[in-house]
Design a protein around this ligand. Sequence first.
Ligand SMILES: Nc1ncnc2c1ncn2[C@@H]1O[C@H](COP(=O)(O)OP(=O)(O)O)[C@@H](O)[C@H]1O
Ligand SMILES: [Mg+2]
Length: 384
Amino acid sequence: MDTFLFFMRTLWIYYNASWVIENTEHYQNKWLMFLWFMMIYLIPLLFYRPGYIKLIKFFIVEALLTGSMFFYMMAQFQIIGAYDFLYLPLIMIAYVCQIRPYLWIGMFTSIFIFLTGTWLGNHFTENFISIAINTTLFYMMGFCLGRVTIINNKNKELINSIQEKNKALEQYSRRIEELTIMEERNRVSQDLHDSVGHIFTSVITSLDALPFVMRANQQEAEESIREIANLARNGLSDVRKTIHQISPTENRQPLSHSFQQVISEFMKHTGTNVDFKIEGPEKEIGERIKFTFIRCLQEGLTNAIKHGRATQIFVRVTFNEAALQLEIKDNGIGIDSLNLGFGLQGMKDRITALNGVVYIESERNQGTELRCSIPLAKEVMWND
Ligand SMILES: Nc1ncnc2c1ncn2[C@@H]1O[C@H](COP(=O)(O)OP(=O)(O)O)[C@@H](O)[C@H]1O
Ligand SMILES: [Mg+2]
């Protein structure tokens, strides 16, 4: 729009200047007129051109320069055609004066110029009303153009900001996707670590003991081999379940049953004695908590013989009003200084994700005690 007005203004100056200069009598006056028109054309350009506007300064020079030329033309020639000269400056003034108080200043200045010029040209005749209507129409046209430009600019800004927001959203969703993939990858590797680590520890311990059993009792050894094969098979299906992201506790048996199963298999294959107790009335708990606790149990048992070389382990599950607690205590070598590995870190992550806490207490040669606790109330209600 700015460029269009600039172009119109150039044509308007050319048209009016050539008419006025042609109708000016003396050679010197022609030059004066030429200079005046050049000023009318160039000075406002200092303050308003496509992409640049100094509103107040432009308004003042435009009103002064074109106003004075209009007065001169009216006083000098007293022709109706002089109004044609006024239309474009009025459009320009209305176009730029959009916001109060300029809106009023622009309007009153235009009325003043129009009336003064009419008075100078003696045009308060029967034509006056139609000329006034014409002039008003031009002024309104300029005003509407200004409004449209403002709305247009606002729309452009809006579109830009929407595009920026869209870009930010896209980035955000990509980030979420990455995080979800990472979390899922972590979960799967955690599951693999826990199940595979647990099964392998059991299988290796059983295999280590096998030569002795074989020498002592052939039949028992065969039985033991079958059990090891079963264990490996179970391990394989466990891994498959993890890979297919199926919860191994989908059969919805109570926590105590699952614990009993894990513990008796562990005892059978590692020859380690595990003392298992449940305290408090068993409640129905969510699958997620159950799954987490089974993983903690497996990790705790595995650690007890893998790191602690324990021979006796105590496992106690306590159902409280508000919390579920798991304690795993062993008589192993204890921990000198604790550095969380993959197993314990995963346990901590899982438990804290359920708003729970993990404590580890240990002294050298005094065994290790691991305690996990999860608040219950909400999860019981959700029963995921
Ligand atoms: N029951 C335990 N007895 C002795 N040391 C333990 C026991 N549990 C954990 N640890 C110590 O904590 C460290 C971290 O354990 P963990 O996070 O389970 O690692 P990993 O994934 O290698 O099993 C182990 O390297 C070990 O030194
Ligand atoms: Mg471990």
